[in-house]
Design a protein around this ligand. Sequence first.
Ligand SMILES: [Mn+2]
Length: 363
Amino acid sequence: MVNNEKQQIVQYMKEKEVDAVALVPGTNLRYITGNKLSQSERLFLYFLKHDGQGIYLVPEVEKSKIIMSDQDSVFSYTDGEGPSSLVDKIKDLLPESQKTALETNNMRLFEFEFLSKLGMKSYIDVAETLNPLRIQKNADEISKQQKAVDILEESLKATLPFIEVGKTEMEIAAQLEYEMRVRGSEGTPFSTIVASGYRGALPHGRASEKIIENGDLIVIDFGSIYKGYVGDMTRTVGIGDINAEQREVYNIVKSAISNAIDAIKIGEKVSNIDTVARNTIKNAGYGDYFTHRLGHGIGLDAHESPYISQSDQNIIQSGMTFTIEPGIYLENKFGIRIEDNIAVTEDKIINLMNMNQDLIILP
Ligand SMILES: [Mn+2]
């Protein structure tokens, strides 16, 4: 963790009279300590105290891969002993009156119950301090996101010649995921969406066994991960005979994304961007068919603050990175979505995508 960020968290702990921050494996832990771990059935907790000291409570099998600083200590348990064997030891190291800042979105009940055993009296959500830090990406984080986006674009270009009538959505998803892997993506942050024809009207239509047919619009929404940072892209691809209605609706979505990106201005409300895209679609007569928020922050998580929606209270500021992804979904007919990734810097709004937003039509 950058020292400055650690200081801010310690400062926050003092202001809120929090005795300890408790984290579970995931992106907050990665952000603060560099440890890349996922939750398993075995208990794993990290505590940060006022003095900057960290305490790891980990299963023996995970111990050797923990990255620690000089101020950290680690306590491990074997499967035979179980984590309860460490309760007294850890209790002695934590302050007596315990108000804990924890992850209300990520923590599971057995982890929460363990904190109670350690003497936790009350808690608050650590997101209130971590989100404002994570929302502000530095140049290094943005360059990793740029690389994640480059992988997406190159992989889509490599996959396009593979898409043809008769293939299944799953075959296309598999090819795309293969192309991302060989270009350095660590995995997919969410299930790849390949939704063709009538399935395109499902905003989260993950790839199925449906066969691609002539005249289908295919919504392809896919993510990459580079050094922990996520890129998230959607393009709608037409195959064969694309009719006038499909083209007309596509152009409305294209206007919505371009108007929205033009509306991104430092100091204004995030929700304004959503309003601009929503009005574009509403004025064209399709307001009822744009059924989700306009976008979301991207970073270590595929979906994080700020949310580009009517209810988000954030103000656009330098360091934010987020998606813009308007869509129109016509049930039993077709769906269209276009998604770019944006980085806000001090002097300009950068579209991390190089590819334009035109409808791609394959033979
Ligand atoms: Mn997205």
